[in-house]
Design a protein around this ligand. Structure first.
Ligand SMILES: C[S@@+](CC[C@H](N)C(=O)[O-])C[C@H]1O[C@@H](n2cnc3c(N)ncnc32)[C@H](O)[C@@H]1O
Length: 274
């Protein structure tokens, strides 16, 4: 803990320890963040087997779903409510050479177009943001899973420093439900659902750091875009309209706030009891 009186001019402007022994030295080095690909390791913990059937709920362009087919040699059904996403997904399925192993269906939580107990594992990444009723959506996922099946649930939660006003501002602009990002509410819904939590893995800023360190400067680009958007607000709104402007600004905050701990991605591996 610090006291306000600790931050004296002597401390702030005094001679600093050599870089090798200081905070600055440590910050110049990678803290070994994991890549986004670690999601596949978590997915393996659902128990998915070759020839099994996995479902990607909210598959968008099926980029993850194509990899699930390739890595696990299983069949996949990708589900999404947006026609444009399904068109892009269809193109990706062809391009990735997984036709016949990956089917696409139009649908949305809380009503999946699948029979009960028909699949072995679920991949659900950054989708519960949109769940109108979280508990109902989790139970729908449990309904379509076979007993003993598992779900890899990746969800970006509000970090401790995010205020209620920031949460309301960000998540509504992303078309989401603000309270679904409250950790206590989110985990409460899981505990009340038909799932058991098998693993919880806090990702925090790791995937974003990994991107920055390996050359995909997505988040620093978002920071730059934020600055430009804020400075040219009126002109950009006049050009693109307030909805496009606000949605794009929120998208930039989404990345930058993950770096700042205002947003905290977490992976849960959930099990439906056998
Ligand atoms: C943030 S994107 C995540 C896409 C992908 N899962 C990923 O991690 O890259 C959210 C996706 O969820 C879809 N979506 C939104 N509401 C949904 C719902 N109620 N049920 C299923 N998917 C939904 C959107 O169309 C979009 O493709």
């Amino acid at each position: 803990m610090t006291n306000d009186t600790d931050f004296t001019l002597d401390v702030l402007y005094g001679a600093k320890p050599p870089a090798a022994a200081s905070l600055y030295g440590a910050l110049g080095q990678s803290q070994n963040p994991r890549p986004g690909e670690s999601l596949y390791k978590s997915f393996k913990e659902t128990g998915i087997k070759a020839e099994g059937l996995a479902v990607d709920v909210g598959c968008r362009d099926a980029a993850f779903a194509c990899n699930v087919v390739k890595f696990f040699k299983c069949r996949v059904i990708g589900i999404d409510p947006v026609d444009n996403n399904l068109r892009n997904a269809q193109a990706k399925v062809k391009q990735q050479g997984v036709v016949g192993q990956l089917d696409l269906l139009r649908g949305a939580l809380p009503l999946l177009p699948l029979k009960g107990e028909s699949c072995d594992a679920i991949w659900c990444s950054d989708v519960m943001t949109y769940a109108p009723d979280l508990r109902e959506c989790l139970d729908e996922c449990a309904r379509v899973l076979k007993p003993g099946g598992g779900m890899m649930l990746y969800q970006t939660l509000a970090g401790e420093s995010m205020t209620p006003a920031e949460s309301e501002w960000l998540f509504t602009r992303m078309g989401g439900v603000p309270r679904n990002h409250d950790q206590a509410y989110f985990e409460g819904a899981i505990k009340e659902s038909r799932f058991e939590i098998q693993k919880k893995d806090v990702i925090s800023s790791e995937f974003r750091e990994y991107f920055e360190e390996t050359g995909n400067r997505m988040t620093s680009l978002q920071l730059l875009r934020m600055a430009r958007m804020l400075r040219k607000r009126d002109a950009l709104i006049a050009e693109s309209g307030p909805v496009r402007y606000e949605a794009e600004l929120a998208e930039c905050y989404w990345g930058v706030w993950q770096m700042m701990g205002k947003l905290c991605p977490v992976v849960y591996v959930l099990k439906k009891p056998a």
